[in-house]
Ligand binder design. Structure first.
Ligand code: GLC
Length: 490
């Protein structure tokens, strides 16, 4: 794809106002914290609303939006808030038969009580799965960082884990280890043709199952249980199968695409296994040629019979690095791809949520003519500042774990990250910490964007923390570390 859009020099210039911007962001962040009966239960999604009407649900506490919030609070040692948030989510874990075990998408206080939304009140009425998959990840990171093992092994946590696992580890019509979901079931919560096994969900499932294993292993250290042993064997196997599945069917490089284009089709039976999803070579899009370049690689957005989704999703790919789903060389191939396509992925406002956007007929058919997901807007190729820190975390964690590997590439990645950080620092305060940005360069504030969006603010603060305050803290995000020996109390 041609280098059509240049990153202008303006937004990337270092600013003398760094400290002032960080101080403002910190103050804004404090304002997002919501207290119920004297205790903080999390952050509301946004402080501002463009039309100032109170109709949208941005004053609710979304579990997914609180992921960076809780990680930031962990880094600041504010463990009590994180523990309380995790407990509130457990209290709100669904107990009705059809949805038993799922965590709410969001919750809000109404007349003194917390009311959860599992999707029944959201636009489109879709139950999302990502908040549920995030919960064990957050719980494990909390236990690990705070040393509060007694919370990790508590009956309430262990029961919550088992209820959640019941939703995944059961026989289905699908013989594959992926979790099948409808369109709109995660951060992308409006129709975007992301039904089936979208990358973001499957990578999160991987992180979720890994974290569940850690929490169960911790419990096993303090009490023996045959049930737990069986559950652990099954979960470990699932993690292994899921990873193999994703690496086999989602990972692409210039080399694998060339093999893929020349595979036989219409295969069946035990022995014909080169093209299990019967993908016709014609579906491989032409833009992939330049996008992948020679040494780039990434996980595609979805694999479905005959219809893979080749779009690039920033969150799923960044998380695949952070969670250790991708091997170290694959992670570096992904970094090369980001570098090669930086005018697209970063442009003026890092970083684009997915690429390329759907246009014309495709937009009409696949989004149901959704005006919010207009090409280059919102989920359809829009730029979300909240996504940058995930990639930043992936780069910094990789460097910490493999300090000697490809020093030249990692130097370039660090420079890229630094410029993206300046780009946000210079623009976000002026653009009121908007939720998302529109257009191919991402320089226009999103047409319907909320302002003072919490994960925009806290994503920036997280990046600031990892780049300036305590770079070693990136190890917080490492899911591969095994549980420490059991200790009572924090
Ligand atoms: C929008 C986004 C969703 C987010 C929510 C609250 O619905 O699509 O990902 O969680 O706003 O910010």
């Amino acid at each position: 794809m041609g280098r059509a859009f240049k990153q202008g020099p303006g937004p990337v210039r270092p600013s003398a106002k760094e400290e002032a911007v960080v101080a403002t962001a910190r103050a804004q962040f404090e304002r997002t914290l919501v207290s119920v009966r004297g205790d903080v239960v999390g952050s509301m999604a946004a402080l501002g609303h463009p039309s100032k009407r109170d109709s949208a649900n941005y004053s609710e506490v979304f579990v997914r939006d609180n992921v960076p919030v809780m990680l930031y609070l962990l880094l600041k040692g504010r463990y009590g808030i994180v523990r309380h948030f995790l407990t509130v989510c457990l209290d709100l874990q669904s107990s009705t038969y059809q949805t038993r075990g799922i965590f709410p998408t969001s919750f809000v206080e109404e007349h003194g009580v917390l009311v959860a939304d599992y999707g029944q009140r959201s636009i489109g009425r879709i139950t999302s799965v990502d908040g549920s998959l995030w919960w064990p990840v957050l719980c494990w990171l909390y236990v690990q960082r705070s040393g509060d093992h007694s919370f990790g092994v508590s009956q309430q946590v262990q029961r919550g884990v088992q209820l959640l696992l019941d939703l995944v580890l059961h026989p289905t019509f699908e013989g594959t280890p992926v979790l099948f979901v409808p369109d709109c079931a995660f951060m992308i919560d409006r129709p975007m043709d992301v039904w089936g096994a979208p990358l973001d969900v499957e990578v999160l499932l991987f992180g979720c199952l890994r974290s569940c294993c850690h929490l169960m292993e911790l419990a096993r250290q303090s009490s023996m249980s045959r049930l737990l042993d069986q559950r652990l064997v099954l979960t470990h196997q699932w993690v292994h199968d899921l990873r193999s599945f994703l690496l086999k069917h989602y990972w692409v490089t210039s080399k694998t695409i060339q093999v893929l284009r020349r595979r036989p089709t219409e295969q069946y039976g035990e022995h014909q296994r080169e093209n299990e999803f019967n993908v016709q070579p014609q579906v491989v899009p032409a833009w992939l040629q330049d996008w992948l370049n020679h040494r780039g690689g990434y996980l595609i957005g979805n694999m479905r019979t005959g219809r893979p989704d080749f779009r690039f999703y920033s969150l799923g790919n960044s998380l695949a690095c952070l969670f250790g789903l991708l091997t170290p060389p694959q992670q570096r191939a992904l970094f090369r791809l980001v570098l090669h396509n930086r005018e697209h992925l970063m442009a003026q406002m890092p970083m684009r949520i997915c690429h390329p956007p759907m246009d014309l007929e495709e937009w009409r058919n696949k989004t149901g003519s959704d005006p919010k997901n207009w090409p280059w807007s919102y989920h359809n190729g829009g730029h979300w500042p909240s996504l940058l820190w995930y990639l930043g975390g992936a780069i910094l964690l990789h460097e910490q774990q493999h300090p000697q590997a490809d020093v030249l590439l990692m130097g370039q990645m660090n420079a890229l990250l630094e410029e993206c950080y300046w780009s946000q620092l210079n623009q976000l305060p002026r653009q009121q910490w908007a939720e998302y940005f529109d257009g191919p360069t991402g320089s226009w504030m999103g047409q319907q964007a909320r302002t003072h969006q919490t994960w925009t603010i806290v994503g920036f603060l997280l990046l600031h923390h990892l780049l300036r305050v305590a770079p070693a803290d990136v190890s917080l995000l490492d899911l591969e570390r095994s549980p420490p020996p059991y200790q009572r109390g924090p």
